[in-house]
Ligand binder design. Structure first.
Ligand code: FNR
Length: 182
């Protein structure tokens, strides 16, 4: 059966650089035959993690997120860097999904990408996200995709201007899909 990949962008804004980058990764994964579920943090709208809420019963948005993580065999993330680290919204979603019962990320191959308008392409965020994903049991691929100067990287149609960028993303996604297939 088709490898199941959950794809998630770390920022909410519509048409953001990371949504664009993620879309190109998703396109490649689908071309390789993967069944890709794209989580949209904006419409999912999970509340802030709160142990009181958790004790009363999980909100439907959290149940939905957890079911989608549970179903996935691999995870593809494209995230911006906020103040040299992980955006709070993405971290919050991971925190909810990490809670018992179950280790929903355990043993799942994970690929991390990041886009930023600056010169470093989320180089300070990525080690933090690696640490978080490792701590929830995910297996993070060593390959890194940093998209620096993202404001100049895309055509109006959302393709890369530079084919080398496309090759990098395709290589990472191919690795992810192959790992998931085992
Ligand atoms: C940023 N941005 C940013 N960029 C960066 O390269 N390093 C950083 O530390 C930060 N810090 C930061 C903090 C906060 C609160 C915001 C909102 C933004 C800029 C960020 O890279 C830019 O807004 C991107 O466009 C966000 O990605 P999307 O939404 O285009 O995917």
């Amino acid at each position: 059966s088709a490898p199941r990949i959950l794809a998630i962008a770390g920022s909410l804004r519509t048409g953001g650089f990371n949504q664009k980058l993620l879309a190109l990764g998703v396109e490649k994964a689908r071309a390789l035959g993967a069944d890709v579920d794209v989580v949209d943090l904006k419409t999912l709208n999970v509340p802030l993690y709160d142990g009181d809420v958790e004790a009363q019963g999980l909100p439907p948005s959290v149940v939905a997120l957890r079911e989608r993580v549970a179903k996935a065999q691999g995870i593809l993330i494209s995230s911006p860097e906020y103040n040299s680290s992980i955006p709070g919204g993405l971290k919050n979603a991971i925190d909810w999904a990490s809670r018992a019962p179950g280790r929903l990320f355990q043993g799942k191959w994970t690929a991390i990408m990041g886009a930023s308008p600056g010169n470093f392409g989320t180089a300070r965020m990525q080690p933090h996200l690696r640490q978080v994903m490792s701590s929830v049991g995910a297996l993070v691929l060593p390959t890194q995709v940093h998209l620096a100067r993202a404001a100049e990287a895309f055509t109006p149609e959302g393709r890369f201007k530079d084919d080398a960028r496309q090759q990098e993303v395709e290589a990472l996604v191919t690795e992810l899909v192959q790992r998931v297939k085992g």
